[in-house]
Design a protein around this ligand. Sequence first.
Ligand code: 5GP
Length: 206
Amino acid sequence: MRDLLPPGVALQGERGIAFVIAGPSGAGKSSVISALLARDPRLVFSVSVTTRPPRPHEVHGRDYYFVSAAEFDRLLAEGALLEWTEYQGHRYGTPKSEVVPRLEQGLDVVLNVEVRGALALKGAGLGHPVVLIFLVPPSWEELVRRVRGRGTEDEAALRERLRIARHELSCIPAFEYLVVNDELEKAVARVEAIIQAERMRVVRCA
Ligand code: 5GP
């Protein structure tokens, strides 16, 4: 196909693309991302560092790199994080090493971050396309039900998650795509459609 293109024109998918999936607690970001990764070998997940303790099912190096506060400080001081944030008393950050080398290899990187992190990544000057996707549950009622159903936190922490979720929803206008996660399979198919379309985008190159 390449030989059909006029000079100075390329397909965006020839280079690595960062797909940033943000959205409130209860949107189902982790489930959607797991399904995407299982289906598309060109997608790799950016494993974040966090000072939050692991939940029972979580695996170090797969879900997060679980680090001490001192280790997080060291990464920050070294400039090893592309962005970071504090969320409910814990810190979370995106290691450059999870993103930059992979984009350079032509892989597409999927990130699971909160809203501020997503916007920071868009402005991080990665030199590769950064696509911002906002995932939501079908209604506020369903969001509350999912957050409560998780059952890993006390009432005060749940209320805080809901307060943060309200704020995050107000940032939807800064995103490029909005995907409703009413049923996992449908939501995954919608995000896959975005990924395919972004790869087929025609771009001018030098
Ligand atoms: P959880 O503790 O539920 O795993 O994650 C809490 C929030 O932190 C989620 O909204 C998740 O997307 C976000 N998060 C996870 N890793 C990062 C990161 O590296 N950077 C930012 N900005 N947010 C993150």
